[in-house]
Design a protein around this ligand. Structure first.
Ligand code: FES
Length: 116
């Protein structure tokens, strides 16, 4: 695990809330579900829509563009039209801040379109 970078105060992220941010040039979604914090790529693996502009229901974030869903715990793709997972990042809470480990190498690969 690399350096842990503070990205958002704990107080700014309520239960069921999510925030899109950029860390080391990587778009990251940070959210809180059932008291746990998660961080994952904020670019849908289908066509790079910002997942943080979608809806979070339980552990699943729904892409606002075509409705693919991803599990925030693993980044696993749970429904089409996306077929690839999104990357997740290590999270710790330190000094009242949600901190994550992201490097410039964590930029996602080019999108892979799949038929609807
Ligand atoms: S861009 Fe996310 S489902 Fe198409």
């Amino acid at each position: 695990m690399g350096e842990m970078i503070p990205v958002v105060p704990v107080a700014a992220l309520e239960e069921g809330g999510m925030i899109g941010t950029r860390v080391n040039g990587v778009d990251v979604l940070v959210c809180q579900v059932e008291g746990q914090y998660y961080a994952l790529s904020d670019l849908c693996s289908h066509a790079r829509q910002a997942l943080s502009k979608g809806r979070l229901a339980g552990h699943l974030v729904r892409c606002p563009l075509h409705g693919a869903r991803f599990d925030v715990r693993s980044g696993a793709c749970m429904s089409p039209p996306a077929s690839q997972p999104v990357k997740t990042f290590p999270v710790v809470v330190e000094g009242g801040k949600v901190c994550i480990s992201v490097s410039a190498d964590d930029r996602p690969p080019p999108p892979r379109f799949s038929p609807f």
